[in-house]
Design a protein around this ligand. Structure first.
Ligand SMILES: C[S@@+](CC[C@H](N)C(=O)[O-])C[C@H]1O[C@@H](n2cnc3c(N)ncnc32)[C@H](O)[C@@H]1O
Length: 322
């Protein structure tokens, strides 16, 4: 029987080519998930390359620790967000690393486990009635999607749907939620789907409005975009010169952040465009290796439909300026 953590690593060959993990290297997998990419990185860096695997989800780490058990103490797993990488490296007394992978988003396991609330049901409303509005990547975190829907102000809900879901009609949905929760708390995916349907937001758009609403809530519950910006900065900082960071993003908001952080790192100077001479003194820290994001082949998508929206970007740390 397939393990419940059967998550096929996306764009694996490209990830390995870019990370180029050598036998003496220390690679960070900031989103270890079920350990698919990690196992391949450990194979690539055999016999003694090391891997530090991080995840916010203890269930993922449990699965990864079983999967990576054959590699013994070459793999070290830590339950934390990748934004806390500096503290992890300090604790392990590792000043710099030889590569970082961030494979963002949720794992197949998180999607498949109904009680985690990441997928808003199957084909009919009956399925959605059993899906709680949770969506915490770390089930020990305090705030669920239901908490946000119960507590955020109308303006806060509108901002969430607009900024994190790019939802047309964000204001209308926010108002409907605030009205409706006075009498009926939103507890399941079915409650929210019904409200989305009633308000008719985004009905004529290409993207299913429910997908946009659930994406927005997931991003807010897990503070995903702020974690990504911070995680990219600390990961670049932790890299040895000429070593690489590889990021797999699954929606345009994430991908835009990766593109902008890499572009700003490659430019260095942050002076306003019309400043005649640079006064900020900032030097480039990275070279961008992917002018355009790399995407999976049709064959990979056919084999693994969850790879469909993946976009890979990579950058190489520049040698420190003297
Ligand atoms: C797409 S899965 C990774 C799958 C993995 N590459 C594999 O091959 O099995 C993403 C994982 O990242 C974790 N995650 C998301 N944001 C995180 C963060 N800020 N810090 C640490 N882990 C995070 C999720 O809990 C999830 O397990």
């Amino acid at each position: 029987m397939a393990s419940p953590f059967e998550h096929r690593p996306v764009l694996l060959a490209k990830v390995l080519e870019l990370l180029d993990a050598r036998p003496d290297s220390v690679i960070v997998d900031g989103t270890v998930g079920g350990g698919g990419h990690s196992a391949a990185i450990l194979d690539q860096s055999a016999p003694n390359g090391r891997l530090i695997g991080l995840d916010r989800d203890e269930a993922a780490l449990e699965a990864a620790s079983q999967r990576l058990a054959p590699y013994g103490d070459r793999a070290r797993l830590v339950h934390t967000s990748f934004r806390s990488l500096p503290a992890v490296l300090k604790e392990l007394e590792i000043p710099r690393v030889d590569g970082v992978l961030l494979d963002l988003g949720v794992s197949s396991h998180q999607l498949d486990e109904v009680r985690r609330g990441f997928r808003f049901g199957g084909r009919d409303a009956k399925d959605a009635a059993s899906v709680p509005l949770d969506m915490r990547m770390d089930p020990k975190a305090q705030t669920t999607a239901a908490d946000l829907l119960a507590r955020l102000s109308e303006a806060g809900l509108e901002r969430c749907f607009r900024d994190y879901g790019e939802l047309p009609g964000a204001r209308r949905l926010a108002r409907a939620i605030v009205d409706s929760r006075k009498t009926h708390p939103l507890e399941t995916a079915a409650d929210l789907l019904e409200l989305i349907r009633e308000t008719g937001v985004g009905r004529r758009r290409r993207h299913n409005p429910a997908t946009l609403v659930f994406q927005a809530l997931r991003i807010a519950v897990n503070d995903e975009l702020a974690a990504l910006e911070e995680g990219l900065a600390v990961a670049i900082e932790a890299l040895r010169p000429q070593r690489r960071i590889v990021v797999l993003a699954y929606h345009s908001l994430e991908d835009r952040i990766v593109k902008n952080v890499f572009r700003d790192g490659a430019r260095g100077c942050v002076c306003p465009p019309k400043t005649p001479v640079c006064i900020c003194g900032r030097l480039p820290t990275v070279r961008v290796l992917t002018r355009r994001p790399l995407t999976p082949s049709e064959d990979e998508i056919a084999e693994n439909p969850r790879a469909r929206s993946a976009r890979l970007r990579a950058a190489e740390r520049l040698p420190e300026a003297a």
